[in-house]
Write a protein that binds this ligand. Structure first.
Ligand SMILES: Nc1ncnc2c1ncn2[C@@H]1O[C@H](COP(=O)(O)OP(=O)(O)OP(=O)(O)O)[C@@H](O)[C@H]1O
Length: 721
């Protein structure tokens, strides 16, 4: 039997949830039928508090939240009762009117109030407390409110979510229709929450010709940005045209012409190399050119005249360490002050930190001003711990100073240089092109730079493959540390990491340090992982020292499912715990969560892990090692459950125990450098749960997706025009 739809009417009381990436919302209304409070869920224009709504839908029973009205559609009704009008006006929807003024207005105009406000607003002057200034404020706000409503309706009629109406009216006022019809792609850079896809949907709905050059140019820029999100700095023109034509469903020839126009008008830039034309955004092109030139300048810096007898210094230093420095380690220290830029690379336990400590000592003895930094907060913290010196993220070191258009500006830049003679950057595998550019800009011509990292780790999240490209170019001196020193705790992990890196399977189950628990079915594996996680946490009494990693979000052993299972097992609902539900998860007091993006205002960064210690309605409080952070409303979308995280998100972090899902359905992601990165996150214990064949596939698969950049070629001073 088909469910019949019902109609409920009532005034909106409160919006409980608003999805950031769709127009799905959950709100409460007070029913006109019996004055009860109802929870409504559905997709549509967000109602304002006090809005009188007619909602179509059906009653459903939610297993956790009880009876709810699942709406298929709703529309706004003009408040018709005096009480409704008063509630609407007093809700703050109209600037200048609070509850008591709303009461006085409705007391005078009664059910005519809305008509008076719309057609004869000057009559409001008769109300005590409303003068000319206030009247202007009220009418402006009422007009805008009406405009938003009309706009929402118009958008909905064009098949577009009405929730954009407020932002559009606020930004463009009376010009909103002009923008929608004539220059819709402006919205991408001007309206928060509107990306290319939405702008394009709006543009087409409001009559844009699908083959118009404006649309094609916007599509090209979008595709280029999208590719840089995937790590590319530039992209071959043919590939860009092909992909753009595909998403726009436009003719490649027209897209090609539009690309030509965008290049002529300098909206996009190009570089020709080896018979291929590569397309860049102007910013990316500037960053790559500058970075290459600056590195070449640094490589040609004169060696520093040092007072210290370096060989003697190293002999004394190793005596104090009670071990003999390997030749490569000595070489790294010796070269550190000879060249303007040096790369020190090596796998885990090969003595990188020891070399950095030695270089710092030498440089301090020479009276050099040293600055230590790393691409992420966690890496900077570890650098500070191992060197017992101050270390910052590159971002913090340069001090953010707002934006110029889409480009981040820093206090330290080419006009204000960092007070340093030597900058040491750790974990450079995570350094992207943009950050490298900003860092190099802030270095004085006399400043030297040492890049330390493990070139075999996954590349940076941001665009570029800076470390990889620099090493490949052969233009910069590189010292590759290859002797494994760490023997005691974590020794097995280190040797296995090196085996993996050399394409050989790790030695498993010879001790407790590196185990493989074989499973047949992935569902069974997910259960095992949640059980092992619980046992390991119990053993260490520290949720942060045990981390589950998985290559993907989807599938039975993916991050999403694992989080659900582990939450179910280790943090069950109870009367003392409060909860918050967003589209995807239930957050509960006690949950382990992760920040998904950098938030400089709150001082929390992509990959930071904390624990929820309180939830009040739509506010979640998270305790991070450094500080407590409060997330409210939409901000909650910045966090996710973190019992399990992806290997990519674990980059730069270290845990006592790593539990990793290694199963066949993740085959597409099982690559050697991903497996290697996962294993090297563990200090004491690795527990792999999965299938031997998946493990072997991961070790053998070196088919990493390469990134389009010309940094290597520029560093080799090859012909690029
Ligand atoms: N030449 C050496 N002889 C003996 N032991 C060494 C030597 N160099 C470093 N070690 C020791 O080996 C261990 C690993 O060294 P270190 O921490 O410097 O390596 P790493 O490359 O920074 O490791 P990771 O990347 O895993 O942090 C340390 O205990 C260190 O004291």
């Amino acid at each position: 039997m088909m469910d019949t739809l019902e109609i409920v009417q009532g005034a909106a009381e409160r919006v409980l949830f608003e999805a950031p990436d769709s127009n799905y919302i959950i709100f409460r209304i007070r029913s006109e039928a019996d004055d009860s409070l109802l929870t409504v869920t559905g997709y549509g224009t967000k109602p304002l508090v006090g809005d009188r709504l007619e909602i179509q839908g059906k009653w459903v029973q939610h297993k956790r939240y009880g009876r709810q009205f699942a709406a298929t559609a709703w529309k706004r009704l003009i408040p018709d009762t005096e009480e409704g009008i008063e509630r609407f006006l007093g809700s703050g929807s109209v600037k200048g009117i609070g509850p008591s003024l709303a009461h006085r207005i409705v007391a005078v105009f009664g059910s005519e109030t809305m008509t008076v406000m719309d057609k004869e607003p000057q009559r409001l002057l008769t109300i005590e407390g409303i003068g000319a200034k206030k009247l202007a404020m009220i009418t402006d706000s009422f007009y805008e409110e009406k405009q938003v409503n009309d706009m929402a309706l118009d958008l909905e009629q064009h098949g577009i979510a009405g929730r954009y109406a407020g932002r559009l009216v606020q930004k463009y006022g009376d010009d909103v229709m002009y923008v929608l019809q004539e220059e819709p792609y402006r919205m991408i850079s001007e309206i928060e929450g509107i990306g290319f896809k939405t702008a394009d949907q709006i543009a087409l709905a409001y009559g844009m010709n699908p083959q118009s050059s404006m649309r094609l140019a916007a599509g090209l820029t979008y595709m280029l940005h999208d590719m840089t999100q995937n790590g590319h700095v530039c992209i071959p023109d043919t590939e860009l045209v092909r992909r753009t034509a595909l998403i726009l469903r436009a003719d490649s020839l027209f897209v090609h012409d539009a690309l030509g126009e965008a290049i002529d008008s300098r909206q996009l830039c190009t570089a020709d190399y080896g018979g291929t034309t590569y397309v860049y955004t102007p910013e990316a092109c500037e960053e790559e050119e500058y970075t290459a030139q600056r590195i070449l300048d640094m490589v040609h810096m004169k060696p520093l005249t040092v007072r210290t007898h370096v060989q003697l210094f190293l002999d004394r230093w190793q005596d104090s360490c009670h071990f003999v420095l390997a030749d490569k380690q000595r070489e790294a220290v010796e070269r550190s002050l000879q060249t303007g830029m040096l790369v020190i690379t090596g796998g885990p336990g090969t003595g990188k930190t020891t070399v950095v400590q030695t270089i710092i000592r030498l440089a301090e003895q020479e009276g050099l001003r040293i600055l230590l930094c790393a691409p992420t907060g966690r890496a900077a913290k570890r650098l500070a711990e191992t060197t017992e010196r101050k270390a910052k993220t590159i971002h913090r070191l340069l001090i953010p100073d707002g934006f110029s258009g889409p480009v981040q500006v820093f206090e330290y830049n080419e006009t204000k240089l960092l007070p340093a003679d030597l900058v040491i950057v750790d974990e450079v595998s995570m350094l992207d092109m943009e950050m490298m550019y900003h860092l190099l800009q802030a270095l004085s011509p006399q400043c030297r730079c040492i890049l330390v990292g493990d070139a075999d780790q996954l590349p940076s999240v941001g665009a570029g493959a800076v470390l990889h490209d620099i090493i490949r170019s052969g233009a910069v001196p590189v010292v590759r540390l290859d002797t494994i020193f760490r023997q005691k705790e974590g020794g097995r992990i280190v040797t296995n990491a090196h085996l993996i890196n050399h394409g050989r399977p790790p030695i498993v189950n010879e001790d407790q340090e590196f185990r493989l628990i074989e499973i047949e079915k992935e569902e069974e594996g997910a259960e095992q992982i949640s059980r092992i996680y619980a046992a390991e946490v119990q053993e260490t009494s520290d949720v942060f020292s045990v981390q589950v990693l998985s290559p993907m979000y989807k599938n039975p052993c993916g991050v999403d499912k694992l989080n659900e299972l582990i939450q179910e097992r280790t943090n069950q609902p109870s009367p003392e715990k409060t909860e918050y539900k967003n589209g995807k998860f239930i957050f509960r007091t006690g949950d382990k969560v992760m920040q998904k993006q950098n938030n400089y205002d709150k001082g929390v960064f992509n990959g930071d892990i904390g624990k929820i210690f309180a939830i009040h309605e739509d506010t979640i409080h998270v305790r991070y090692p450094e500080q407590d952070v409060r997330y409210e409303g939409q901000e909650i979308d910045e966090i996710t459950l973190a019992y399990a995280i992806t290997v990519h998100k674990s980059q730069g972090s270290e845990y006592r125990t790593v539990i990793m899902a290694i199963v066949s359905s993740h085959a597409i992601m099982l690559q050697r450098n991903l497996f290697y990165t996962a294993v090297t996150r563990a200090k004491r214990k690795v527990i792999l749960v999965g299938m031997k064949r998946a493990l072997l596939a991961a070790v053998q698969n070196i088919r990493t997706s390469s990134r389009f950049t010309l940094l290597t070629e520029r560093l080799r001073e090859e012909e690029i025009c």
